[in-house]
Design a protein around this ligand. Structure first.
Ligand code: ADP
Ligand code: MG
Length: 710
């Protein structure tokens, strides 16, 4: 029974006597994974030997046997043709942050006769002319070709569009010289690194060799607005967020939207999204209203990390496409509306050894020892490399969210929950607190008290929280690919596991647990500053964090500098995840992306304020002046004072608007801080005018419409 149920005085229902009646097995009518070249389909379409080789690559990560490519390609084509596909594409994730595809039809000619063909080479490598993707200087135009390479561990799938269908093959994308130009390649490399380190660490505990699986479940937040409103807001169309908009009287104060009953039109939309996702083999599970009005969430069940990252890209795409069919627009921007919560992703991550989740404390002293070792290593990893984790979620859009008292702060800290924090504390101090019966707890000998898996008492202000059997990283932005932060997580934890193994391997068997306990104590002492169980929204926390020496990169360009730190380059090179050149290129791309997005927003703000708001303000001003002049001319004294006051105020706002416009225009060629503050000043003036100008003259849909009418 959960703590919560206990508090509510709910009594445990006595278990039923006898066996409950067995429900007849229900045959599902859900077209689950209908459009996926799944293990089941591979078995059906491939010869037994070929199937076995491919399955080994997929489930046990053995290298792909190139000799089977031709046969696999043929089977995949047959399967796709049976399902109406005419084209295929390598589907990849360049550093733009969105997915990319270049379609080719299966059509070919054999002695003048049209045939449908798809070769092993077509499956394994592609050569999209990729000179326009960001490469941060890696690829000069002379060597413009990028190569896509099949990732057999993420299943091929079919994208349907009207009456057509395209076979999509998940691929990595790299340059002629082998440098990664995408988000998948480093993730796959980091998975290999963590897999090797985990095996090494588990060997220290005498565990037999097993497969390592890194699992990820991504909760996705998003907004929905009616398409008619969206189309009337050039800022939403061009920037994905509103650059202007006064707060509506009611926004999220009443907290009545969160988990509220889902409006019919939205539920209809969600249902269609889920059916589409299920067809793609994406296990959509949870749906609910989020905190802000018009904000919602979708969460699938967890999967292997690279598949979950691919699937999250498809979730985002599906949300947007299905919304369009429902006359809605799905906004994935991190902060579409000021004054209400923005949207993020919760990255639920864990590492499994064979069938054992290493973040599950287990129920015997040996499992407890493994868990505490893994936990301690992760604490060290997060403390040592908080800058990399922060960097992995840095973007112009996420800057609006992190640290804005609705999302975790930009300071990376860890939340363990009271009970686990007490255990770690007593482990460090060698006190008895962790053991109910008194006496100091002995790692590997004593049992840990059971840890609650209750989600109710979670600290929502922490960026990195232990939630019973996984860590939940809450800083990623709603539009971001999860590949970046999981690449960091896998790599830094790989290093921490290796550092742990370096020491554990020297312990003689007889004193293993005593020495382990001493070592864990040392590591905790060195890294406990990153643990923070308090409220991350308070004004004291940044001060306290600074005292502890925790990094606090407030803006994306500042955070991106982590790519260039020598110790980070050394780490990434050691684990062959990214080399110096690849890291430098990623830094350049991050900074360039930030600058470009900011420039787009600044120019859009100028455009809207100059061509829509200014004319409306002038019309209102002129109408007021006319009325005042008329009142004066007729000699009617009443009303003239009010009209005069109105005209003066409107005139002043008009003056402010004009000077804000000039200031922003002057700021645009300069530094980003200047642009941001000029945009803020302009917004303040525009939002004030919104409340003063006649509703029928206001050229933009308002927050009270967009967020409440659907
Ligand atoms: P919340 O209470 O935050 O909504 P849930 O417990 O429902 O969280 O889980 C959120 C996500 O975490 C889901 O996608 C779920 O499948 C995933 N998850 C659960 N266990 C694990 C695990 N061991 N590894 C990775 N993800 C997990
Ligand atoms: Mg969560």
């Amino acid at each position: 029974m959960s703590n919560c149920a206990r508090l509510a005085g709910i009594k445990k229902v006595a278990s039923m006597k006898g066996t409950p009646p067995q429900a007849a097995e229900h045959v599902s009518t859900i077209p689950y994974a209908e459009d996926v070249f799944s293990i089941k389909m591979m078995k059906q379409y491939l010869a037994k030997d070929t199937y076995k080789k491919l399955a080994a690559t997929i489930t046990r990560n053995t290298p792909l046997d190139a000799s089977i490519a031709g046969e696999v390609a043929h089977a995949m084509k047959e399967w796709a043709l049976d399902r109406g596909c005419t084209h295929y594409t390598h589907w990849f994730q360049p550093l733009t942050g969105v997915t990319a595809e270049k379609h080719d039809s299966f059509v070919d000619f054999d002695n003048g006769e049209p045939i449908m063909s798809f070769s092993g080479k077509n499956l394994i490598v592609g050569e999209p002319d990729a000179s326009s993707f960001p490469s941060g200087g890696i690829r000069s135009t002379a060597e413009a070709r990028g190569y896509t390479a099949w990732d057999p561990t993420s299943p091929a799938f079919i994208k349907r569009h009207g009456s057509g269908a395209t076979l999509c093959i998940p691929t990595a994308f790299c340059s002629y010289t082998g440098e990664a130009l995408d988000k998948k390649t480093p993730l796959l490399r980091s998975m290999q690194a963590l897999s090797a380190s985990t095996k090494r660490l588990m060997k220290c505990f005498g565990m037999p060799d097993e497969n390592v699986t890194i699992t990820l479940g991504v909760e996705q937040e998003y907004f929905l607005v009616d398409k008619a409103f969206y189309l009337a807001r050039p800022d939403l169309v061009q920037c994905g967020r509103t650059l202007f908009g006064a707060a509506s009287a009611k926004h999220q104060q009443l907290e009545d939207h969160y988990f509220g009953s889902i409006p019919g039109r939205i539920l209809d939309f969600m249902h269609d999204v889920e059916i589409e996702l299920w067809k793609l083999g994406i296990p959509a599970k949870t749906r609910h209203n989020e905190v802000a009005p018009a904000q919602f969430e979708l969460a699938p069940l967890f999967e292997t990390v690279n598949v979950a990252c691919d699937h999250n890209m498809l979730v985002m795409e599906t949300l947007q496409q299905v919304a369009d069919r429902h006359g809605l627009v799905c906004l994935l921007h991190e902060k579409p509306f000021a004054g209400v919560n923005g949207s993020g992703k919760h990255n639920n991550w864990s590492v499994n050894y064979g069938k054992k989740n290493l973040l599950n404390p287990g129920d015997n002293p040996q499992d407890n020892a493994v868990f505490l070792t893994v936990l301690t290593a992760i604490i060290a990893a997060i403390d040592k490399h908080a800058d990399l984790l922060r960097c992995s979620v840095a973007s112009a859009a996420n800057d609006h969210r992190l640290g804005a008292n609705e999302a975790p702060p930009a300071i990376i800290s860890m939340y363990l929950g009271d009970q686990l924090a007490a255990i770690v504390d007593s482990l460090e101090k060698g006190t008895a607190a962790a053991k109910k019966s008194g006496g100091v707890m002995k790692v590997g000998v004593d049992m840990l008290p059971p840890l609650p898996k209750d989600s109710t008492d979670r600290n929502r202000t922490s960026p990195f929280a232990f939630t019973g059997n996984k860590f939940e990283f809450r800083a990623p932005g709603s539009s971001q690919s999860c590949s970046s932060c999981n690449t960091v997580l896998d790599t830094i934890v790989a290093e921490a596991f290796d550092e742990m193994a370096d020491v554990l391997e020297t312990f003689p068997a007889a004193s293993f647990h005593t020495k382990l306990q001493d070592h864990l104590r040392e590591v905790i002492k060195a890294h406990k500053r990153v643990i923070f169980n308090g409220d991350g929204y308070t004004a004291e926390w940044p001060l306290e964090a600074a005292k502890r020496g925790l990094p606090n990169a407030r803006t994306a360009p500042e955070a991106a500098k982590a790519f260039l730190k020598e110790e980070n380059i050394a780490l990434y090179e050691k684990y062959k995840v990214l080399n110096r050149r690849e890291l430098e290129s990623r830094y350049e791309i991050a900074v360039e992306d930030y600058t470009r997005r900011l420039a787009i927003e600044a120019n859009m703000a100028l455009d809207i304020a100059g061509s829509m708001i200014l004319p409306a303000a002038k019309a209102e001003y002129s109408e007021t002046l006319d009325a005042y002049a008329k009142a004066e001319a007729t000699g009617i004294a009443s009303g003239t004072a009010a009209l005069k006051a109105e005209a003066i105020e409107l005139g002043a706002a008009l003056d402010a608007l004009r000077s804000n416009l000039v200031a922003l225009s002057n700021a645009i060629p300069g530094k980003s801080e200047g642009i941001v503050s000029a945009m803020t000043a302009l917004r303040t003036t525009v939002d004030t005018l919104e409340k003063r100008i006649a509703d029928d003259k206001w050229p933009l849909p308002k927050y009270r419409e967009m967020l409440f009418v659907y």
